[in-house]
Structures are given as C-alpha cells and as structure tokens.
Design a protein around this ligand. Structure first.
Ligand code: PMP
Length: 379
C-alpha cells in the first residue's frame, strides 16, 4: 500500500477496483483540489465560473484539443460534452440517429441489451443482428454471422461489457460485411484504454466516470455528416447538431467534469511505457496488468472466469469463488489490505476487479498476492 503525506495528516490511499465512478490518479486529484479554490490565480474556483467566461472557455478549448490529440479524433468528428450518462445515450442516440426507422443491435451483455430495450421506445424496430445471450454472454458472435438489416439506420455495439467482462478485441468493419450503416459504439468502459479505429465508426459515446474523470459528464464523438437527423421530439439539450453548433454550450454544460476530463487528458498524454506514450502506453500497461490477473485466476482452483479468452475484457475482470459462501470473508480480507470495491455487479454476483487507466501495477500485484494468500489459507 502506498503512503502519502498531505502536509496535514498522513493518510493511506487504498487500491480502488471500482467499476465506476472509479480511481483517478493522485496527481490529478491534487491539482483539482487546488483549482477548486482558485484556478490559475484568477481567484475563482472552477465550479464558480460562468461557462461563458474567458477562463472557462480556455479550459473547454484546451480539453477538446487535448482529447482530440490523445484519442486521435479526426476533424470530421465533433466532440460533444453532454449529460445523461450511458443510459441517457441509450435514448439520445436513437433520437438523433435512427430517424425512427430500423436499428440493429449486437447483444454481448447487459449494457447492449439495455441499449436495445431503451431504443425500442423511439424506433420502428430495434432488431437483434446477433446475440451471445444463449452462451451466457461469455463470447462475442463472429461478425461474419451477423444479420445486419439492409435498411438499418445504424448498428449498435458495446465495445466493453462492464458487467460480464467481455470486450471486442477490435471494432467490426461493417463495410466489409456489405453494410453502409454507421456503427454506434458504447465505449463507456474502455474509452482511452486503446487506440480507436475511427474509420469504422459513426458515433461513439462514453460516460466519463471510468477512464476519463467524474460522473455527470458524457462524451459524444459524432461525424459531421450524421448531424441534423434528430427527431422533432428530441430534447434540444440533447440534439447533437444544436449542441455541436454551440460548442457544447447550448445549455450549461457540466463544467467541473469538463475541467477534470481536461486534466485527465493531459495526464494520459504524459504517460509512458518504454518508448510508448499516451494511449498506446496506457494500453501496454493495462495489458500487462490484465494478463497478470487472468493468469492468477486461471492458475487457481478457487477462482474462475468463464469468458472465452479471446474476448476477455482488459478493463473489468469478473471472477467467481468456487464456494460463494466465502465471498464475504474474501471481501473483508481484501478491504483489510486496502483492496476496495471488488464486489461483482448484483445481477451476476461474484467479484470484479476493474483495471481502468489510473490503476497501478502495485495495485494489481497486491490483488494477485491477496488472491494467492486467500486461496492458501481458505482454498
Ligand atoms: N454502458 C456501459 C458499458 C456501462 O458500463 C455503463 C455504466 N456502468 C453504462 C452504459 C451506463 O452508464 P450511466 O450509469 O452513466 O448511465
């Protein structure tokens, strides 16, 4: 465990495996704590500034520019800052992009399933192009077997299923499947963990509260050519075109979230692993951590992960104890070692360790050591 001195009291920072809102880098939190009272010597805290002030506009512009650099977002994509989270986008995306027609969904877990049922309220047909539900969401249906509708307004996937721990190894190429429909991707739980192939994408959305910052801010990356299609019932605050034309300030945006995402983008740009920097460095670090954790789970007789190895999530690692009556003892022992928020989602049970960008090697090493100790003691 790492020890820190705030200057006032010595405190210990635990290793936080929360699925979101989740751990943020200590240096980012310290900077934010400072700027909360007085940003850049202007005398005002970030939360006290008008979103129309020069100070905040400069924060906004820097955040957009750093995100564009970090994620290599091409010029034809707008970067929008909205509210409503991933669940909000499940309605906002069809309101903007479906033209009330047909939308295809690839079901790979709880989140893509939820997206489909919400879209059903606004579209003529929310179809299932493929589903791994019969396999208990432990796999991803091969793209060559997807039944993409010829009239689909778009095809929706969730790149990383946070609950089941299933992740697309790469984004599908719809054009290669003979479809001209734009791909819509819920990247809430793996944005900025690996490079994104923008050529395959029409729109990407992500809640900020995992890899990018605090809850309350939703990022939308949308192609210019997809603007202007919103249904007339779409709330103005969520009309992508209106929001894009007003630089995300048609309504008052979540200013603190935008500021923090900007700080996080700068932190991510500074990350290094060997000769790599930015997102490729974060990917290398995360792959190392996830491989170590999966190897420990697979080597044990007490813990199990049921997901097909090729599609295992590197962000969220669910695992189950052979005897679920030991879960409380496991979680209590973990907490005593400063390993926090390891309980799995209530819908599936078990455990889940989330390895977002601010997770350290030290944290994963501590978890792996604990897995071994607990098994030796109780296994
Ligand atoms: N999609 C995914 C992949 C998620 O992980 C989550 C939240 N865990 C959501 C959507 C819903 O996000 P929110 O709670 O911000 O609405």
């Amino acid at each position: 465990m790492n020890h820190m001195n705030t200057g006032l009291v010595a405190w210990r920072r635990p290793f936080n495996f929360s699925p979101g809102p989740s751990v943020l880098p200590e240096e980012v939190l310290r900077q934010a704590a400072n700027d909360m009272l007085d940003w850049n010597g202007c005398g005002m805290g970030v939360m006290e500034m008008s979103h129309r002030s020069n100070e905040f506009i400069s924060i906004y512009e820097q955040a957009v520019s750093d995100l564009r650099t970090l994620l290599e977002v091409p010029d034809e994509f707008h970067i929008l800052f909205l509210q409503g989270g991933g669940i909000g986008e499940n309605a906002i995306a069809p309101l903007n992009l479906s033209q009330a027609g047909v939308v295809d969904f690839v079901l790979t877990g709880s989140w893509s399933k939820k997206s489909r049922s919400e879209a059903g309220k606004y579209v003529h047909a929310a179809r299932v192009a493929a589903s791994s539900e019969p396999a208990g969401f432990t796999d991803i249906p091969s793209a060559s077997a997807w039944r993409v509708s010829t009239d689909a307004a778009y095809v929706h996937i969730c790149s990383n299923e946070t609950i089941e721990g299933v992740q697309f190894p790469e984004l599908p190429d719809l054009a290669a499947l003979g479809s001209r429909a734009p791909l819509v991707v819920d990247c809430s739980s793996d944005i900025a963990s690996r490079p994104l192939d923008w050529s395959r994408v029409g729109m990407v959305f992500a809640g900020a509260q995992k890899n990018l910052g605090p809850a309350g801010l939703t990022l939308v990356f949308v192609r210019e050519e997809l603007l202007g299609r919103a249904l007339s019932i779409c709330p103005s605050a969520f009309d992508y075109e209106l929001v894009a034309r007003h630089q995300s300030m048609y309504n008052t945006p979540p200013t603190w979230g935008i500021y923090l995402v900007g700080l996080m983008a700068q932190w991510m740009l500074r990350q290094r692993e060997g000769h790599l920097t930015g997102v490729p460095a974060l990917r290398a670090r995360n792959e190392r951590q996830a491989s170590k954790l999966y190897a420990a789970i697979d080597a044990s007789g007490l813990y199990e992960n049921k997901v097909q190895p090729a599609v295992r999530s590197r962000m969220n690692v669910p695992f189950f104890l052979a005897d679920e009556r030991r879960e409380t003892a496991f979680l209590d022992g973990a907490a005593q070692r400063g390993l926090l928020q390891l309980r799995g989602h209530s819908s599936v049970g078990g455990m889940r360790a989330s390895l977002y960008n601010a997770m350290t090697d030290e944290g994963v090493d501590a978890l792996v050591a604990y897995l071994r100790d607990f098994e030796r003691r109780e296994g």
